[in-house]
Ligand binder design. Sequence first.
Ligand code: NCD
Length: 336
Amino acid sequence: MSMHETKSWPAGQGTMLPASMESWNHKHILDLDDFSREEIDLVFEIADGMVEILARDVKKVPTLRGKTIATMFFEPSTRTRASFELAAKYLGADTVSLDAAKSSVAKGESLIDSLRTLQALQVDTIIIRHPCSGAPYLAAKHLETKIINAGDGCHAHPSQGLLDIYTMRKQLGDLSGRKLVIIGDIMHSRVARSNLWGTRNFDIKVILCAPPALIPYGLKQWTENCGLHHVSIEHDLDTAIEGADIVMPLRLQKERQQSGLISSMREYIRLYQVNDARLSRAKPGAIIMHPGPMNEGIEINHDVAYGKRSLIEQQVTNGVAIRMALLYLIAGGKIR
Ligand code: NCD
């Protein structure tokens, strides 16, 4: 019986499937540029159900029993990998976790051949993280198996974008008229990019704030060409943070900065670190978010990271619910 045919979700819980299930139209999850507002709302509605499961003593339902989900990570990860694996396990799926450094890719096998091996092993969904932008798209093109992008180079990180917006909505309610400031290494941030696409139907204003060297060349033009009219760029953090509802500093991705784009770390900290003094310019109820991993003392100071406005741990917890919702949806969603 397909997931569509089961009349309750998670299976056996007696809750009716959301009526809007028909709006789901994804075989793969590659980025949020092709997600409608209805689809995002559906993910959130299902994630709410998953939050209930996560609050139980026994966090296990048989919804994906018999399915096999593989993670294949070619870059380091703590949160994303652990939360996808836990999400799969909580839904009753079998999981296989491939450490790319120890897989046959390290022996010269191509990415596609390695992924084809997983397909031949009857894996239902492959969750892939890769340093090259586009790698999950290549996989989706060559494989029948469903693919979830868990971060590809500087390009996209759709599940992070969804969990960020979900966390904002849970805390602030309606996002209409809200102001989100994303600060720091915009140049290399797949999280920032997926947030831009994900927020475009929420009537929210997004300000990208960084020194010019950390803003990709032509970004303004790109946002205009893509219809991302809710996005603007501001180099001065004190101006950008004024009246903000959501403040999201990003890690400096030194592993992707070929020749070092910051001339002085002290200067960067002075101009771009989110600390209490800076935060006092934001709205009184403003929230702090960070995709992690944090470099405390650089983009964010300790008091802000662990202060009462911080939702950073909440993001991690919500990440499991969002990933459960995504695994559930692509296991049973209508296939394009
Ligand atoms: C981010 C990533 O890997 O893109 N982290 C995450 O997935 N939570 C951001 C980063 O590495 O700085």
